[in-house]
Ligand binder design. Structure first.
Ligand code: SF4
Ligand code: SF4
Ligand code: SF4
Length: 439
């Protein structure tokens, strides 16, 4: 029991994402405030036992003024894996990491440091570094196909995005009646980790259990996602463990790596970087914009026009954004939300509000404001600059949409066959389940 649960969020001892150092807590109540007002979690369940409800977003860690709440640290596990000669270690890096990692080394928010990030990981001894924008492209191939299937065949709508594990857990806990609305697509990390264990391990001729897949993310909810039973196979977990931007920044400093002096190194070539659509996944509205680009191509056979390559209504630091797009001969209604409190408000009136697709990301402005991002600088200004960094990178890229990515096309040809095929369903999709809690 947490005797201070009137003031602060209780944290269970087995929470895979966050922990509290009791000696540091000054009982300020900021953690409970953000959990209640922004996440819509604290105050919506009854605390009288060890059964703590938490969606693992880590926003409480971001606002704790004394670092009493921190992420669960997995860097020792990473070092152990690197030092094990039997194992090959792959780190896959999420889109939003490349615009925030520099802040751990006093670079400005939004500065694009992908090359230094790869260099840092290689210096630490990681065997392969791949970009999760590739997994994001895979997610879009499947999610856009799923949306078209739901619309054409009059299946359950609106389709909810499923790449944010905190949002998925929120639905499973508080709104299980909407589980059929959640896209069955695994998150980009979930898809990429599955492809690495089931396809890449064979390419390099090792057992999947000897390939250690580590996700480097702005997110601590991914630590929870990696533990999901649905994302395991005969070899164990798809994602072996998850390290946040904060953890990796601290590890690099402990390892005396001079980050700003590192030379840029490209991602490893087996899965080169994804499209611009994959890059913007890290900002609120990015998943929706990426899905629209590919859904447009799938339904018209033509490349998306310029206004869909810069879908202004889906961009910007607003917790609720709406837009429409013409697809399949009708107006498709889109809604983008960040903060699960805003999602709670929408779900409570969803019967009267008609949408075809809803994107929800738990954190402020999406993953750029994730619970594992550099905390010293997690201001509104920083999350806006990080998002700008992603959109600027998208604008510079020739490859704008997921369907154009040649490596994605190769993967479908050699391994997955087609979006929503039997193999794609097996390796890229998942299921969800209702979670009980005390009201
Ligand atoms: S991780 Fe999120 S849901 Fe869990 S206690 Fe913290 S703010 Fe609340
Ligand atoms: S925000 Fe930090 S210091 Fe304040 S009550 Fe919560 S754990 Fe304690
Ligand atoms: S918004 Fe991004 S960082 Fe935040 S919980 Fe969801 S996936 Fe993780």
């Amino acid at each position: 029991m947490d005797k201070y649960s009137e003031i602060r969020v209780p944290i269970s001892h087995d929470n895979p994402s966050i922990r509290r150092n009791e000696r540091k807590c000054v009982l300020c109540g900021k953690c409970k405030d953000v959990c209640k007002k922004k996440m819509g979690v604290a105050g919506y369940w009854k605390y009288d036992s060890e059964d703590v409800v938490c969606i693992n977003c880590g926003q409480c860690a971001n606002v704790c003024p004394v670092e009493s709440i921190t992420e669960q640290d997995s860097t020792d596990a990473l070092i152990t894996a690197i030092n094990n000669p039997k194992k090959k270690v792959v780190v896959i890096t999420s889109p939003a990491v490349r615009v925030s990692l520099g802040e751990m080394f006093n670079l400005p928010a939004g500065e694009f440091v992908a090359g230094k990030m790869v260099s840092m990981l290689k210096t630490l001894g990681v065997d392969y570094v791949f970009d999760v924008t590739f997994g994001a492209d895979l997610t879009i191939m499947e999610e856009a196909s799923e949306l078209i299937d739901r619309i054409k065949n009059e299946k359950t709508l609106p389709q909810f995005t499923s790449c944010c594990p905190a949002w998925v857990k929120f639905v499973e806990t508080f709104y299980p009646q909407y589980i059929p609305n959640l896209s069955t697509c695994r998150s980009p990390i979930g898809m990429q980790a599955s492809v690495l264990k089931n396809y890449f391990a064979k390419l390099i001729e090792i057992e999947p259990s000897d390939l250690v897949v580590v996700a480097m993310t702005p997110c601590v909810a991914k630590k929870f996602e990696a533990e999901r039973e649905e994302l395991r196979s005969y070899y164990g977990k798809d994602t072996d463990f998850v390290v946040s931007v904060r953890e990796m920044g601290k590890l690099a400093k402990r390892s005396k790596i001079n980050f700003s002096k590192l030379k840029d190194v490209p991602f490893d070539s087996a899965f080169p970087t994804g499209s611009g659509a994959g890059v913007i996944f890290g900002a609120s509205g990015g998943v929706m914009e990426a899905a629209v680009r590919t859904a447009y191509y799938f339904t018209t056979g033509e490349n998306p026009p310029q206004d869909l390559l810069q879908f202004k209504k889906l961009r910007g630091y607003k917790d609720v954004k709406t837009a429409t797009v013409n697809l399949l001969g009708r107006e498709i209604k889109l809604c983008v939300i960040f903060g699960t409190m805003q999602a709670r408000l929408l779900l409570d009136k969803l019967k009267s509000k008609k949408f075809d697709m809803i994107e929800v990301m738990a954190c402020p402005n999406g993953c750029v404001g994730g619970g594992g991002q550099p905390r010293s600088n997690n201001s509104d200004d920083a999350v806006v600059k990080r998002a700008q960094g992603l959109y600027e990178q998208d604008a510079k890229m020739d490859l704008k949409s997921s369907f154009e990515n040649p490596t994605i096309q190769m993967l479908y040809k050699e391994f997955l066959s087609a979006p929503l095929s039997e193999k794609a369903e097996q390796y890229l999709h998942t299921t969800y389940h209702k979670r009980d809690y005390k009201k």
